[in-house]
Design a protein around this ligand. Structure first.
Ligand SMILES: [Zn+2]
Length: 190
């Protein structure tokens, strides 16, 4: 896409249109059971698209946006990953707002439990454009129930991934809960 197209005015989304990253009921999980290999977890029928550039295995989901009913509050894995990477607004998929202070983010206010807040604070929420930010804090299943704060991020970085970590226990793979794993934590990534 050219820079000209990137900055052209975008049509307003329909009022109340489901956020771009939310799942639709026809976008079911297609993830097979994970298996253990000497290099970590894998799918038995794995294809290169199943992993990101850091080698992390991602859940598979059907890509059928707009089909069935919106499943509010459940992020579509691939769209979420895409807007994070390209710094798009997760509500309308337009460019996230950026000014000379940085890109606009609205995240949970964790200033009490993060040293050096808000420097380096990780979030799984993608950025927003100015037009969608008010709607996000009003309607987002997560933000609407928490104390939020708007931030400008001068140097956003993809630092990790949030998901299910598996452990091999007596030869069997067991889900060991969900957590954020940094991309420089190689053993955990596997
Ligand atoms: Zn937007």
């Amino acid at each position: 896409m050219s820079a000209g197209q990137e900055t052209a005015p975008r049509p307003l989304p329909k009022p109340g249109a489901p956020p771009y990253t939310d799942c639709w009921s026809e976008e079911g999980l297609l993830t097979p059971d994970v298996i253990a290999t000497p290099h970590g977890i894998a799918f038995p029928d794995e294809v290169p698209l199943d992993r990101d550039r850091w080698g992390v295995l991602w859940v598979r989901r059907a890509l059928r946006r707009g089909q069935g009913k919106p499943v509010y509050g459940t992020a579509h894995t691939q769209r979420q990953r895409d807007v994070m990477r390209r710094l798009r607004c997760h509500v309308c998929n337009g460019p996230a707002d950026r000014d000379d202070r940085g890109v606009l983010w609205v995240i949970e206010d964790r200033r009490g439990d993060w040293e050096d807040w808000p420097e380096g604070v990780p979030t799984v929420h993608p950025p927003l454009c100015l037009r969608c930010a008010p709607r996000a804090v009003r309607e987002c299943h997560y933000l609407a129930r928490t104390t939020w704060v708007a931030l400008r991020v001068s140097n956003p970085e993809i630092v990790g991934v949030y998901g299910t970590v598996y452990q091999l226990t007596r030869g069997e793979l067991v889900p060991a809960g969900r957590e954020t794993v940094r991309y420089d934590d190689l053993p955990a990534l596997r």
